[in-house]
Structure formats: structure tokens, C-alpha cells
Design a protein around this ligand. Structure first.
Ligand code: SAM
Length: 327
């Protein structure tokens, strides 16, 4: 196996840094980026919490963000802005190919990506393979789109490790969407070239993989490492971006990768317009426009540099000195 991005195997650290964890303090939920920052969300009530075989799941009722799903105390989605990420993860690749029929979603247990893939008339089958069935069952109880998406006859829910699933399904999919948690724990293996090589094996001719690939503002070193793996695996690999307020820094990248299709070689304008009328974020201008990155982000993705190395090092130093921060 090529070295996973986080070789520690410790689910609480990534590249030697503690993974963000959340905490509730009074009426506030804080997602903490240790030694760096906190995202604070004013909560009205914690309406669900459980520990599955893989992670802690929680759902919060809030005023400003609607319902919020966290896994291991990290924000996965909020009703207010999940459309941003799910629309961009799915429609950019599907509108870049003529007649997509078969889609595989790795992760995506909240069914947001599934809902979007089902909007395309040519799509005949969407397999959603999340390792943790509880994510979907909890999402069914708290998020309105889930039951309808799961009831679509084209939807097939599989509960398994996506790493194993792709290895067992050769030349089966036009699009593989990697809608995973951050590269720690069971998701660490979804960001390395061995997995990407298996994805290439699962793609049909002209197939594409998209994946969430973190924030070039706050995780530049991690984004650079992910794109090194992608560039070492796929003939074509490009990053595009979206405005995602409740993910760290609010600036989020997505990868478009393919063994034999560039992101700009085909565009189904008519279908994209039909899709656009059913979306709140995706539109035809973003099909190519989203790939225009600010210079610092282009340097992270294309040249593997960390423009914020000084601050990354200072954070590591602060954390190395240990000690819980005073409230
Ligand atoms: N949109 C969210 C984000 O970007 O943070 C992620 C959505 S979804 C809730 C993430 C899913 O990835 C979780 O449900 C988790 O169970 C799943 N997951 C993590 N590792 C996995 C693996 N190896 N195979 C399949 N699913 C996995």
C-alpha cells in the first residue's frame, strides 16, 4: 500500500496533528481545529446522539443552519448549505460526459450526493456504498431528502468499505464520487494511489472520479499531498472549488480525475441548463468557472507547495508544547 496520508493509524491525529473535534459548551457547538480555530454554531437542542461501530453520530437542531449532522464531532452537513457541496460534487462531472448511466458514491451516507445524481435522466443506477449503515438510518430520521432518494428504484444502498467495493467491480461505473469524511480512520485509505488505481479499474471508458479534497486555505499541506496522489494515479487531475461556509475556512476543493477524460473536453449544455433550474448553487458558468483557482490554491494543487508553511509550523509548535487551551 502506498503510505496513507496519515500513517499514524491513530484516528485522533492526521500527519501528527490532532484531528478537529467538536464540543458542546452551553448553547454552543464548537468544531475545533486544534491550535488554530473554532467554528461555533449556536444550537437549540441536540436531537440525537449514538456511537456506531465506526464513529459517533450526532444531530443538532439549530436556528441559523437548520439541522446539523456531525460524525466524530466534525460537521458533515447542515441543512442550510449542504446543497453547495453535493451539487458541485455531482453535476460538474455528470455534465462533462455524454450519457452517464452508472454512478458509484463512496461514503455519502447522508444521501445528498445520491439525491443530486438521480436528477440526471440518463442515470440508470446509483450505488451508494457507505461503510456505516447508521449514517443513512439516522439521516432518514432527520433530513427530508433521504427517504425520497432511497426510494428511487435506481438507487442501491450498499453498506461496505468503499476500498473493497471498488476492487470488486471492474469497469462498472461512469462516475465514482468519493464523498468521504476527512482522511483519518476508515477514510484514510480513500486518499491514496492504491485506492485511486482501484477506482480507475472500476471506471468504464471515459469515466471520472470526483472527491472532496479539503481546504487549500487551512489544510494546504494536506491538499498538496492528496493531489500528489491523484496526479500519480490519473492521466487527468484538476481541482475545482466551491463556497462551503461550514467546512473549515469556507473554501473547499473538489477533485476531477480521469484516466481518459479532461474536465473541459465535453459539456452537455442542454442537460446542464435543465439541471441548473433544479439547483441553488450549480450553474452552467461554474462548469468551467469553478476550475479557475486563486494563485495560492493553484500553487498548492499544481506545485505541491504550502504557502502558509510558516503558520503551519507555528501551529505544530504550539501543539507540541501541549496543554489544553484555557477556555
Ligand atoms: N460531505 C461530508 C464531508 O465532506 O465531510 C461527508 C459526507 S458522508 C457523511 C461521509 C461518509 O464517509 C460517512 O458516512 C462515513 O461513514 C463514510 N466513510 C468513511 N470511510 C469510508 C470507507 N472506507 N468506505 C465507505 N464509506 C466510508
Amino acid at each position: 500500500l502506498s503510505k496513507p496520508l496519515d500513517s499514524s493509524g491513530d484516528p485522533d491525529t492526521r500527519d501528527g496533528l490532532p484531528v478537529g473535534r467538536g464540543r458542546v459548551s452551553g448553547d454552543w457547538y464548537y468544531e475545533e481545529n486544534p491550535g488554530a480555530s473554532r467554528l461555533g454554531i449556536r444550537v437549540c437542542e441536540k436531537v440525537h446522539e449514538e456511537r456506531s461501530a465506526y464513529q459517533t453520530l450526532a444531530v443538532y437542531e439549530t436556528a441559523f443552519f437548520g439541522r446539523v449532522l456531525t460524525l466524530d464531532d466534525v460537521v458533515m452537513l447542515t441543512e442550510r448549505d449542504e446543497f453547495v457541496y453535493h451539487e458541485m460534487l455531482v453535476h460538474v462531472p455528470l455534465c462533462s460526459m455524454p450519457e452517464p448511466q452508472r454512478v458509484l458514491i463512496i461514503g455519502g451516507g447522508d444521501c445528498g450526493a445520491l439525491r443530486e445524481a438521480l436528477k440526471h435522466p440518463s442515470v440508470e443506477k446509483v450505488v451508494q456504498c457507505d461503510i456505516d449503515e447508521r449514517v443513512t438510518r439516522v439521516s432518514e430520521d432527520f433530513f427530508p431528502w433521504v427517504r425520497e432518494a432511497c426510494a428511487d428504484p435506481r438507487a442501491e444502498l450498499v453498506f461496505a468499505d468503499g476500498i473493497d467495493y471498488v476492487a470488486r467491480h471492474a469497469a462498472s461505473f461512469d462516475l465514482v464520487v468519493v464523498d468521504s469524511t476527512d482522511p483519518v480512520g476508515p477514510a484514510a485509505g480513500l486518499f491514496v494511489r492504491d485506492f485511486y488505481t482501484a477506482v480507475i479499474g472500476a471506471l468504464r471508458r471515459g469515466g471520472v472520479m470526483t472527491a472532496q479534497t479539503e481546504s487549500p486555505h487551512w489544510n494546504a499541506d494536506l491538499v498538496a499531498a492528496i493531489y500528489r496522489e491523484i496526479r500519480a494515479s490519473f492521466r487527468h487531475g484538476a481541482a475545482y472549488a466551491c463556497w462551503m461556509p461550514t467546512y473549515p475556512s469556507g473554501c473547499w476543493t473538489l477533485a476531477y480525475a480521469s484516466p481518459d477524460r479532461r474536465h473541459d473536453e465535453f459539456f452537455d449544455e442542454r442537460r446542464a441548463f435543465e439541471i441548473e433550474t433544479r439547483c441553488r448553487y450549480y450553474n452552467r458558468a461554474l462548469q468551467q468557472g469553478a476550475f479557475a483557482l486563486p494563485t495560492f490554491a493553484r500553487d498548492v494543487v499544481d506545485r505541491g507547495v504550502d504557502p502558509f508553511e510558516r503558520f503551519t509550523a507555528a501551529r505544530r509548535g504550539l501543539l507540541a508544547r501541549g496543554g489544553e487551551p484555557k477556555e
